[in-house]
Design a protein around this ligand. Structure first.
Ligand code: ATP
Ligand code: MG
Length: 547
């Protein structure tokens, strides 16, 4: 036991509380070595003297073993993590390492770079002290057994069988001493790290570890040395990944299987086999990267698929609308054309036709021709409006005058059906800034509808109100009304409410214009209606007038 300790640390001194923290001094040749550390010899010497009165540096006596108990208590009282290494100084002398530690309980005193270097040594020390029972008599017999174990371990590197294993392995195979320094490493393994095996001897393992990996490494070593229940289950084998830095600064990743070499619970060193998994890791990284890209690509494909599905549905809808439009237009064109052709044929086939009848037929042909021309113009206007080719030509005008114009345009039908038309309008003008010609189209169309769909002697009421920044127009009639289900459809091209047995002329385009013109003016249109009671159309237009 003493020898093991001696071998690791040369001499275990004594630990004591001091204002600087806990000081453990591993001293061999007393003050000479302390001074060779470049520290203030006197400070340590006086400290040393007070602790090591009558101390013989070559042997640990029973008193000194009891001093180990102090350290043991310390380990028991505080977990390892609560110690912070304030300072570590080391020195190589006569092929032996001498260490001196200053411990602190205060984290501020912690010097991070020390922890990695001292962890294996401290762990060794902890395990030695933990295993050491101060109450039992320390026998010479036990001491010689330990010595045997140690020397057999140290002979491992000269073992032929082990040597052939070392030489033939395509892994990094190494033996570390209790301090964590290489005492043997195979050619292949050192070549992986761009070293000659002899260059690695006596190098501390932690020195090869990439700094980002050092804390994890220290933990792994601690696990090996502590040999808790989980490591016992795996036969004391601990597996961990270590990122080592080669001589030329390359990062090499090893998967290391490591096991403590023990002799009767005492740790003699560590045997490790490391598999170079750098390439594997880089492939894994590439695979992960590719997987991420694959997921992204799949996501994009599914988004595109959905989009093309939606576009397909829109195209199908547009195609359907186009077909409907063509069939509607053709149908509407056919009716007047049939009349025109029919009456023209009748006239030309009968030269003796009475003059009166011929005039009547001519009148019909003329009207149907006009209807045809209106239809064609309407269709052209609608396609221009929908194509956004029409711009508003705005001017300021009085809407009341324009309403009167629209009433006059429909005078014939209103009078013929003896419809009573009333108006509710402010006495003054209402000036708005809008496209006069198009607003006239709107008024014409709405008054025409009201007259067309109102029975003789019915009523029409037109109101105009000047609201704040807005003009509100209502055109109400006491006509046939629109069934509720048809109201949202009346703005569609060629839509006409199906009223069996009632034949009111029209192409179903009037309200399409009305809606488009109101929209262009950024206004609103609503229709309220009840069958056989009447219809009210409400339009709101921004006045935009300065007057
Ligand atoms: P066009 O105006 O193109 O000559 P139209 O009057 O039939 O033909 P729209 O003005 O667009 O077409 O009206 C569409 C349909 O809405 C009409 O066919 C009619 O059935 C219904 N409608 C519109 N206004 C009224 C109303 N005041 N009373 C009852 N039904 C109406
Ligand atoms: Mg109409």
């Amino acid at each position: 036991m003493i020898e093991v300790i001696k071998n690791t640390l040369e001499i275990i001194g004594k630990m004591s509380r001091s204002s600087a923290g806990y000081l453990i001094k591993f001293n061999s040749v007393e003050s000479k070595i302390i001074s060779s550390f470049g520290e203030d010899e006197e400070v340590y010497k006086s400290f040393n003297d007070s602790l090591f009165q009558n101390h013989n540096s070559n042997k640990l006596n029973q008193n000194e073993i009891k001093n180990l108990g102090t350290f043991k208590n310390l380990i028991r009282d505080y977990s390892w993590n609560s110690f912070f290494v304030k300072k570590m100084i080391s020195k190589e002398k006569d092929h032996k390492s001498y260490y001196m530690f200053l411990f602190s309980k205060e984290k501020e005193n912690f010097e991070e770079e020390n922890i990695y270097a001292v962890t294996p040594i401290i762990n060794n020390l902890i395990s030695l002290v933990k295993n050491f029972d101060i109450s039992s008599e320390y026998s010479k017999e036990e001491s010689s057994k330990s010595l045997k174990g140690l020397s057999s371990f140290l002979e491992l590197k000269n073992n032929k069988f082990l040597k052939s294993f070392f030489d033939s392995s395509e892994d990094l195979v190494f033996i570390l001493d209790q301090n964590g320094c290489f005492i043997s490493v195979n050619d292949y393994g050192s070549a992986c790290l761009d070293y000659e095996p002899k260059e690695l001897l006596d190098t501390h393992f932690i020195e090869l570890v990439a700094s980002k990996n050092k804390a994890i490494m220290a933990k792994s070593f601690q696990k090996i040395l502590e040999e808790d229940s989980s490591t016992r289950l795996s036969g004391g084998l601990v597996t961990f990944e270590a990122v080592l830095i080669s001589k030329f600064g390359n990062e090499i990743i090893f998967q290391i299987n490591c096991k403590a070499i023990r002799e009767k619970e005492k740790i003699l060193g560590l045997l490790g086999v490391g598999k170079n998994i750098t390439e594997l890791r880089s492939y894994e990284e590439k695979i992960t990267d590719l997987n991420i890209r694959l997921i992204e690509a799949n996501r994009i494909i599914s988004v595109e698929r959905q989009r093309s599905k939606r576009q397909g549905a829109i195209l199908a809808e547009l195609n359907k609308m186009k077909n409907e439009f063509i069939s509607n237009v053709s149908h509407e064109l056919r009716t007047p054309l049939a009349s025109i052709i029919g009456f023209s044929e009748t006239i030309s086939s009968d030269p003796n036709m009475p003059e009166e009848m011929r005039l009547e037929f001519n009148e019909i042909i003329l009207n149907e021709g006009k209807r045809l021309a209106k239809l064609i113009n309407d269709v052209l206007d609608i396609s221009r409006l929908e194509g956004g080719q029409i711009e508003l030509v705005k001017s300021e005008f009085d809407i009341i005058t324009l309403i009167e114009d629209a009433i006059s345009a429909n005078k014939k039908i209103i009078d013929s059906k003896e419809i009573i038309l009333t108006k509710e309008m402010p006495p003054d003008n209402i000036i708005i800034n809008a496209d006069k010609e198009k607003i006239l189209v709107v008024l014409n169309s709405l008054i025409n509808n009201a007259a067309k769909f109102t029975l003789p002697k019915g009523r029409i009421k037109i109101t105009a109100q000047n609201l704040y920044k807005e003009l509100e127009l209502t055109i109400s009639d006491t006509g046939v009304g629109i069934p509720e289900k048809d109201i949202p459809l009346v703005f569609q091209k060629f839509y006409r409410v199906n009223r069996p047995g009632v034949d009111i002329p029209g192409t179903g385009l009037g309200l399409v214009f009305v809606k488009q013109i109101v929209d262009l003016h950024k206004g609103f249109i609503t229709i309220q209606s009840e069958v056989n009671k009447g219809t009210t159309v409400i339009i709101k237009l921004p006045r935009e007038s300065k007057v």
